[in-house]
Design a protein around this ligand. Structure first.
Ligand code: ADP
Length: 261
């Protein structure tokens, strides 16, 4: 059950790892390239040495191209936050996830109108959606419905009083609901703890929800879990609205190299 989803999760993890390595190599090649260019300027009169340097620079450029492809594929933007359209991302990931669910689980996506932009790490949000969908899928061994929903919401004083880690203001919400087993009070209390799992060995790491929580906190958002034993679970995350004036961080793909030396 959910074999394909777990495979997808693994691919994500490998993608992240590869992307991280590619990013480091990209920086190293940057240093190599910088210094080769400095050498090139000094040996401009010396045709033979110049041609060696050119050859080396070509190699570095080819390497950089390959790394760029790997970075694009793995979408790792090393913690960079960009302005993201939640609806676009939920639609794309939702489509991918729905194809991977067991047949007895039906999925629906309800996208809110005019959803505000958010400033987040999009790769992280993809992992979040994947983790929440895996949990929903696992909770519905006998089938059920998975619903992904987006909306705009104003969080007022009364919400902030109970959740002091967020500020009053506009938020975009993403909810993942299932009609699965639900969680008892005891489980709900521990669910966010790293390594807490009720799943059999090899199925759960207990890191899914704590990763989701980490992302939400980093993004200055909030998270709520509503769960009823025998009824199902809704996990809702709130991400603060971003404004047009906020600068979009440059993607790693166009990030300039580190200075020489
Ligand atoms: P894992 O999925 O690896 O167990 P998580 O941190 O994602 O780790 O979840 C911790 C525990 O919380 C799960 O083992 C399960 O008991 C419970 N849980 C999480 N999501 C749901 C859900 N949608 N329905 C029922 N129980 C859930």
């Amino acid at each position: 059950i959910g074999q394909r989803l777990r495979q997808l999760q693994k691919m994500e993890a490998i993608g992240h790892l590869a992307g991280g390595i590619a990013h480091d190599f990209n920086n190293i090649l940057g240093i190599v390239m910088c210094n080769l260019e400095l050498i090139e300027r000094r040996v401009i009169q010396d045709k033979t040495t110049s041609s060696y340097v050119k050859e080396a620079l070509n190699g570095v450029n080819r390497g950089t191209d390959i790394l760029q492809k790997l970075l694009n594929y793995s979408r790792v933007d090393t913690g960079k936050e960009t302005i993201v359209s939640v609806n676009e991302l939920v639609e794309r990931m939702g489509g991918l996830i729905s194809k991977s669910l067991v047949e007895s689980v039906k999925s629906e996506i309800h996208l809110g109108k005019n959803i505000w932009p958010v400033k987040i790490n999009s790769g992280d949000l993809q992992d979040v959606l994947l983790n929440l969908s895996i949990n929903a899928n696992d909770a519905m061994a006998n089938g059920g419905n998975l619903i992904m929903e987006t909306s705009n919401m104003f969080l007022d004083e009364s919400y902030v009083r109970l959740n002091p880690q967020v500020e009053v203001g506009d938020y975009v919400t993403i909810s993942i609901s299932d009609t699965g087993t639900g969680m008892s009070h005891e489980i709900l209390e521990k669910a966010l703890e790293p390594f807490f799992t009720t799943k059999e060995e090899g199925k759960g790491t207990g890191l899914g929800l704590s990763m989701v929580y980490g992302f939400v906190r980093r993004s200055r958002g909030s998270l709520k879990i509503y769960s009823e034993v025998g009824e199902g679970t809704t996990v809702r995350i709130y991400l603060p609205r971003a404004y047009e004036s906020e600068t979009v961080e440059k993607d790693i793909a166009v990030e300039s190299f580190l200075p020489c030396g």
